[in-house]
Design a protein around this ligand. Structure first.
Ligand SMILES: Cc1cc2nc3c(=O)[nH]c(=O)nc-3n(C[C@H](O)[C@H](O)[C@H](O)COP(=O)(O)O)c2cc1C
Ligand code: SF4
Ligand code: SF4
Length: 260
């Protein structure tokens, strides 16, 4: 079976999940329909066309898929088309994020032919995995994409048996990150952060403030602010930064999984 089209779906508040999925998709095909879930949240079902391969990339948040993305992934409807699942994580661990993504895609009638966990700079602690994905990561992403392309050329939905990926099917409990960013005196009131925040945690009246109850610490506001006014601050943040730099120092390498 040949697939000339791809549907690319990702959530990338700090830009690295986007970098990884684009490095992979561009080697798989040229005709790509894109859904950037940060800019255009999915609120209704989308039937993915039969001649299109679905490629989905998510960052790992506390070893899981970002909570607001679960319902959006459930809006992607297949009919036994192949899919590729990608998790991007910040060199700590991705625990059950990849198996959760794989399960969601299978539950919506996709056949996951390839799955990969790749490493990128940590979006809360940028000193962790700084500069990643690096040259070696990009080479391994290309190899992963090329292997998926080969599998797609011989793919038959009738022979699909579930792919085995790392992770526990009893997912770890979702954890909330207690650190929340806020704005400082450089803020010029542009409200770009208000529009980009996926959980509506910043108000136009007080854009320096953050609703700590609803904020998921994704960093989209930090990444989007043209004045560099939003950041994580405080003693707890400094403490956690030192802890993460120490505990995540070992260079992790990407892991890939394929159907038999
Ligand atoms: C709320 C939150 C939780 C995170 N949890 C993890 C984690 O469990 N393990 C890990 O290695 N990295 C973790 N990270 C780091 C991200 O997975 C990583 O930086 C990813 O590249 C972010 O994607 P983005 O650049 O597309 O936003 C977390 C980041 C955030 C914002
Ligand atoms: S994007 Fe930056 S400058 Fe604009 S309102 Fe938000 S914090 Fe202020
Ligand atoms: S306020 Fe929180 S949820 Fe909203 S963009 Fe910033 S970090 Fe993400």
């Amino acid at each position: 079976m040949s697939f000339d089209k791809a549907t690319q779906v990702y959530f990338s508040p700090s830009g690295n999940t986007e970098k990884v999925i684009k490095a992979a998709s561009s080697r798989i095909c040229n005709d790509i329909t894109e859904y950037n879930l940060l800019k255009t949240p999915l609120t209704e079902d989308i039937q993915i066309s039969g001649d299109s391969v679905l490629i989905v990339a998510m960052p790992a948040y506390a070893g899981r898929i970002p909570e607001p993305c679960v319902s959006m992934i459930n809006h992607l409807k297949g009919s036994k088309q192949p899919a590729i699942a990608i998790i991007v994580y910040g060199n700590r661990d991705y625990e059950d994020a990849l198996i959760e993504l794989k399960d969601l895609l299978e539950a919506n009638d996709f056949c996951v032919v390839g799955a990969g966990a790749f490493i990128a700079q940590h979006s809360i602690f940028p000193q962790v995995a700084a500069g990643r994905p690096d040259e070696n990561d990009l080479r391994l992403i290309a190899e992963f994409a090329d292997h998926c392309s080969k599998l797609l050329s011989t793919f038959s939905p009738d022979c699909y048996m579930t792919i085995k990926v790392k992770g526990n099917s009893q997912y770890i409990k979702p954890g909330k990150v207690p650190l929340k960013p806020k704005g400082d005196s450089k803020c010029n009131g542009s409200c770009i952060c208000v529009d980009i925040c996926p959980t509506h945690s910043i108000s136009a009246e007080h854009p320096k403030k953050t609703n700590k109850e609803t904020c998921i610490s994704c960093g989209a506001c930090i990444h989007a602010c043209p004045m560099n006014a939003r950041a994580f601050h405080g003693f707890m943040y400094k403490l956690a930064t030192n802890e993460f730099i120490k505990s995540c120092a070992e260079y992790k390498t990407p892991e890939t999984f394929y159907i038999d």
